[in-house]
Ligand binder design. Structure first.
Ligand code: NAI
Length: 213
């Protein structure tokens, strides 16, 4: 078993945030940081951060802080960001196009290879370097191309069927934007994205603030 298999999901969920803030420190030329500084940036407690980073063998020495570049590279490696990933997006509407056009992903090595849709008005158009293809050709495409991640941005009525179709072609990772929990075999990893859950939490705190005034 890889030693990273033992890392708890809660720790794994915090790593992207460390990675992002370490990237910001790097951008402004900061070479050393501390758990206290990372705590101020991320909102996690300094002891939580030290505990998290100790999971990976300890990147810093007490009193000397962490080397920003080394820590960022190491976290990137744990997350697998040192490799290249090929994505396709199914459903080239508002969300699908926004993802295809979002350049932030390209800081890490994610390539949107193609989009797929059933709407003839969209088929043939390009989003950045990726062409929107006919969904009818998806199985043939996946038979020929090595794709790591499928992004589902279709209406929820078809997302389960689409997910089943792509896993039949060997896909193991699905980034699902459709508001439905996909039923998938255990060896397929699905990450659901729900902007409205985040908005609802915000709404709750907004109302709390108003109550307190
Ligand atoms: P949209 O209607 O702009 O785009 C959906 C696209 O899917 C259309 O281009 C349509 O032609 C295509 N499509 C429909 N059936 C298809 C099929 N069988 N095969 C291939 N393509 C097909 O919708 P929008 O706004 O982009 O939303 C897409 C999904 O994302 C919806 O399920 C929506 O509820 C969800 N959504 C999720 C959010 C989130 O936070 N996760 C936020 C907003 C929307």
């Amino acid at each position: 078993m890889d030693k990273n298999d033992r890392i708890s999901p809660a720790v794994i969920r915090r790593l992207p945030k460390y990675y992002r803030y370490l990237g910001e420190l790097k951008k402004i030329g900061v070479n050393k940081t501390s758990s206290r500084e990372l705590s101020e940036m991320t909102g996690f407690s300094a002891s939580q951060i030290r505990q998290d980073l100790n999971n990976f063998g300890g990147f810093g020495q007490q009193g000397f802080g962490y080397d920003v570049e080394k820590l960022r590279t190491a976290i990137g490696k744990i997350l697998g960001l040192d490799k290249k990933y090929r994505l396709i997006i199914i459903g080239a509407g508002n969300i699908g196009q926004a993802i295809a056009n979002y350049t932030g992903f390209y800081e890490a090595d994610y390539e949107v290879v193609a989009l797929f849709d059933k709407n003839p008005k969209l088929i043939g158009l390009s989003m950045r370097n990726a062409v929107i293809k006919d969904i009818d050709g998806i199985e043939e495409f996946l038979g020929k191309e090595k794709i790591d991640i499928v992004v589902i941005c279709t209406p929820k009525s078809v997302c389960q069927q689409i997910a089943e179709q792509v896993i039949k072609c060997g896909i193991k990772a699905i980034w699902n934007f459709a508001p439905k929990d996909l039923k998938m075999p255990e060896d397929v990893y699905v990450e659901n994205v729900h902007l409205n859950e985040s908005l609802f939490s915000l709404t709750y705190y907004y109302n709390k603030l108003n109550e307190e005034e």
